[in-house]
Design a protein around this ligand. Structure first.
Ligand code: UDP
Length: 215
């Protein structure tokens, strides 16, 4: 019985994740993209299957990772995988640095040069794009997305579904007063976040201000 590894999402991020899977998954007999709206049947030399086509591959052990930056889409696809009892796998580039007492939930993708330092708790389906870091004592929720080069300093709590844009810097909190990025909040590219961000808010700039509330 062979092993098939599926990368759900045949677009930008999926193409960046496929080479990591190829390098790491030595036991893979077949590597494929899965996409609900395939633009072509082959991408970078790999077959692109619909989910139904993937499900109908028989006598293979199936493993899937979700390489799509949009967290709501990730959650939907995660539920579909669960429904079909498909095993999810974590992707970790070979130069990712993970230090002491770090817990990472299922389905994470840790791109090249990601660093997770010590005493960190991360939920399900975290995506840390290239060069991002998470420092000591951070708590990261489920379906959180870090674009490239996010600098998340110590004692920061990032709640479920938050999106942190490229190059954003989040100031460190303290154990008794962590900086909290609220559920579903969006931190714009290059933002310098110096205080907590409310759930659902969108902040931008230096120091980061809400573009919804003006403060
Ligand atoms: N997609 C999908 N199922 C969905 C939503 C999106 O298969 O329910 C696919 C979509 O067809 C596209 C990819 O996911 O190929 C998302 O690509 P996009 O460029 O929007 O995101 P990125 O690769 O930057 O995360």
């Amino acid at each position: 019985k062979g092993n098939v590894y599926g990368i759900f999402g045949a677009s930008g991020f999926g193409r960046e994740v496929m080479p990591l899977v190829k390098k790491k998954s030595k036991d893979a007999d077949y590597l494929v993209f899965i996409d609900d709206a395939p633009k072509a049947s082959i991408l970078n030399g790999y077959d692109v299957l619909t989910f139904d086509q993937f499900l109908s591959l028989h006598s293979m052990n199936k493993f899937v990772t979700i390489a799509i930056a949009d967290a709501a889409i990730r959650e939907k696809i995660a539920n579909r995988l669960k429904e079909k009892q498909i095993e999810v796998f974590q992707v970790e580039a070979s130069n990712v640095e993970i230090m002491d007492e770090v817990k990472v939930g299922e389905g994470a993708i840790l791109s090249p040069f990601v660093t997770l330092t010590s005493n960190i708790h991360i939920g399900k389906y975290f995506q840390a794009n290239i060069y991002s870091y998470v420092a000591h004592d951070c708590i990261i929720g489920d379906f959180v997305t870090f674009a490239p080069s996010v600098k998340c300093n110590g004692n920061v709590h990032v709640e479920d579904f938050a999106y942190i844009g490229t190059g954003a810097i989040i100031k460190q909190g303290t154990p008794d007063k962590p900086i909290v990025i609220g559920k579903g909040a969006v931190v714009g590219m290059g933002a310098i976040v110096t205080k907590s961000v409310k759930a659902g808010d969108v902040v931008f700039g230096n120091p980061a201000k809400s573009i919804k509330r003006g403060t």
